[in-house]
Design a binder for this molecule. Structure first.
Ligand SMILES: [Zn+2]
Ligand SMILES: [Zn+2]
Length: 208
């Protein structure tokens, strides 16, 4: 950016040359190695995002990167409920999602809701490949327990972005949790059927 301001002609030429050189490589990598990005939403500390990366890497077997923070849209706040509408955060994530990211997961730290439910741990949009979940109801004095809960809900919402529905097995991460007891019970693993479905749904489309 600084270079562009001081010498536009040279820099544009250089950028074009770089783009021509870099683009095929970048798109090849994007095809071969999927990337899931994770972004703090609102005031979520970056450490909370960093903490999730290893377990997501282990679960989804791909590059997991920490993305820049995303603002919490004021329009998502419902003053009478003192909660944030998760569905209103998803479009913000969709707007900043880069094409090379297979998925973008937002990590919020405020109480989320959707109409007709008292609260939600998170919400996903499979069509746009984005999801959000909140740490707000997952907190515990036991930091390891809180971290495991965060991983569980992160993996659950990402599972939805790959088209997975809820599971009837209470120890599968795709079980629908109404309570923290259920979140703690189900843990971070997919059942064998959901593991297979995830692999099927993540297979890249054949090239032309
Ligand atoms: Zn769910
Ligand atoms: Zn399952």
């Amino acid at each position: 950016m600084l270079v562009l301001e001081s010498s536009p002609v040279l820099s544009l030429g250089l950028l074009t040359a770089l783009a021509a050189f870099v683009s095929p490589e970048v798109s090849r990598q994007a095809r071969e190695k999927p990337v899931i990005a994770v972004a703090p939403v609102g005031r979520t500390p970056r450490e909370a995002v960093e903490q999730l990366l290893p377990v997501l890497r282990e679960t989804f077997h791909c590059d997991i990167v920490a993305a820049a923070g995303v603002f919490l849209p004021t329009s998502s706040f419902n003053a009478s409920r003192a909660q944030y509408l998760s569905s209103a955060i998803l479009p913000v994530l969709a707007a900043v999602k880069r094409p090379e990211w297979e998925r973008l997961l937002g990590v919020a730290d405020v109480d989320l809701y959707v109409p007709d439910l008292n609260f939600v741990f998170g919400e996903a949009d499979a069509r746009r490949g984005v999801a959000v979940f909140s740490l707000d109801r997952l907190r515990d004095a036991d930091e390891r327990l809180a971290a495991r809960r965060a991983a569980t809900e992160a993996i659950h919402e990402l599972g939805h972005t790959y088209g997975l529905g809820h599971c009837s097995r209470s120890n599968c991460v795709m079980w629908f949790s109404n309570t923290l007891v259920e979140t703690d019970r189900k843990g971070v693993r997919f059942c064998p059927e959901h593991e297979r479905e995830l692999a099927r749904n993540r297979r890249p489309p054949p090239e032309n």
